[in-house]
Design a binder for this molecule. Sequence first.
Ligand SMILES: Nc1nc2c(ncn2[C@@H]2O[C@H](COP(=O)(O)OP(=O)(O)OP(=O)(O)O)[C@@H](O)[C@H]2O)c(=O)[nH]1
Ligand SMILES: Nc1nc2c(ncn2[C@@H]2O[C@H](COP(=O)(O)OP(=O)(O)OP(=O)(O)O)[C@@H](O)[C@H]2O)c(=O)[nH]1
Ligand SMILES: [Mg+2]
Ligand SMILES: [Mg+2]
Lengths: 271, 292
Amino acid sequence: NIFSSGPAREHIEDVEEALIEADIDLEIISGILEAIKRDKISDYEGVKKLLKDIFSDSLNQPSVAPQALKKVIILCGINGAGKTTTAAKLSGIYAKNGGKVIFAAADTFRAAAIEQLEAWAKASGTRIIKGIDGGDPAAVVFDAVKNAKNGGCDMLIIDTAGRLHTKSNLMLELGKIKKVVLKDYPEDEIDTLLVIDANTGKNAFSQAKEFNESIKLTGVILTKFDSSAKGGSIIRIAHELRLPIKYMTYGEDAGAISVFDPQEFVDKLFD
Amino acid sequence: NVSGKLYDVMRKIRGTGVISEKNIDDALKDIRMSLLEADVSYKVVKSFIESVKQRSIGEDVLKSVSPGQQFTKMVQDELASFLGDKNSGLDTGRRPMLYMLIGLQGSGKTTTAAKLANYLIKEKNTPRVMLVGADTYRPAAKQQLEKLAAAVGAEFYTEEHDDPVKIAVNAYKSLETKAIDAVIFDTAGRLHVDAELLEELKKMKAAIPFTEILLVADAMLGQESVNVAKNFNDAVAITGIILTKMDGDARGGAALSMKHTAGVPIKFMGTGEKTDRLEPFYPERIASRILG
Ligand SMILES: Nc1nc2c(ncn2[C@@H]2O[C@H](COP(=O)(O)OP(=O)(O)OP(=O)(O)O)[C@@H](O)[C@H]2O)c(=O)[nH]1
Ligand SMILES: Nc1nc2c(ncn2[C@@H]2O[C@H](COP(=O)(O)OP(=O)(O)OP(=O)(O)O)[C@@H](O)[C@H]2O)c(=O)[nH]1
Ligand SMILES: [Mg+2]
Ligand SMILES: [Mg+2]
């Protein structure tokens, strides 16, 4: 490990390298290095403990036990991040606790997006509300919300189309979707979660910032954590935007999801 | 035509009159920060900065009449050479051309397969293109490619079972009785650390004489891009890279990391979700974007 031998300055360089390679924001890293020098931390466990302390304020989040789940989850994020697959995983968690889930297939744009969510719905026996290819996503959400309110379902999971945060018309479309939900559900019953791929670099922060401004986020889901990527970009997101990281996913099957574990996250930084 | 960061660096050096080695070191620190901010991998940044430093000693920038300008030009040249200084097109060797697209989950392979088909049909006088749906894992992956194929006017081939190598081999065999100019094989996304799925790619390569094996990679990849390029390249010797989602605002430093690691050209960039959004890759454009 990085502290097994050699002079202190080399250790600092090795720690810096590990943190940079973890995609952590550079300003946050220089703060960490200052703390290491100031506190004269000279071993591996000391650095990990320091990181846990520094990050715990931003990474330790209120419990997301199933009973804490909201009535509506809106999944948003850039193209290919893992939204549709995560929708399936979330429904699995909720159904396991006896809840009734409805999917809203609000990606009406991408080829076979509806079919993809339909396949997951079929596999788990989940009800799905969909519209026509190329139709208005807000209309699908309107339909889904009506069904959710009248049909005794405990949770509505809305899968939206991937979109780059730089496309203002698409960000407006997302805002419109949330407005439809707000007609029938109070804000505190809606979880608006940004799905972020752990392999993403610094751009993840821009994504979070822009999505947050367009459609007030309530949290982040970190996907593809089974990659060797450390997902360090979420630290700045949690710290600067005060957004909790609610879940992490680590595989392509329906069960590969767990509540975000800060300890596991920090441990991985130095793998 | 100097990018923002380099211009600042140049102004700083110029402003000091006589230039010292410390000026160069400070300039290099600035550039290092900028490259790391741009998601260029740590080790690639180190290697790049070292090359620039060696060049500045070798070209004796300190004694130059206009050291700021000379230093800036040197950085730009070095960056261009790291990125590949000429646009390198698709290998359209002998027909039928056989292209396989590989890469991480969600990087844009299926969409890019259709874009490549569209490009060949519309711009490369290659009217008969076949798209092969060899992703047997992702729900509705075959349907996705089938719809895209119809949209761009390409033929679609798949089979209703889950052995991707068998599908690819049968698609290839079917060419004996079909008039096809190019075949593009779409594969399932896979992690560069998934040994079993990398093995599957090796089987694909052993079974089919691909003209090109292209790594499709997201422009917003972070530090992991070096390992992504290395692992895929070690497994199947990629012949080129396609960078997707360049219509976003990611600085794209992963391009530098991957090109440097795999030593193969970046051939195209995806610049949107529609099937006509594929452009040849131009190093100068991404160089200034990376430098910021
Ligand atoms: N290894 C791994 N792959 C994942 C994970 N989550 C999703 N994927 C894969 O990532 C790819 C993209 O997932 P999707 O669910 O289609 O992503 P999306 O955000 O809905 O994509 P768009 O709707 O096109 O924007 C698929 O191949 C998934 O199987 C994960 O946690 N680990
Ligand atoms: N904005 C933008 N979106 C893109 C681009 N290329 C692909 N996409 C989108 O990225 C998402 C993922 O694309 P796919 O083609 O499904 O990716 P994939 O690599 O085949 O995914 P898997 O098969 O699950 O590994 C889709 O929403 C595409 O529309 C691009 O250049 N720009
Ligand atoms: Mg989706
Ligand atoms: Mg695909």
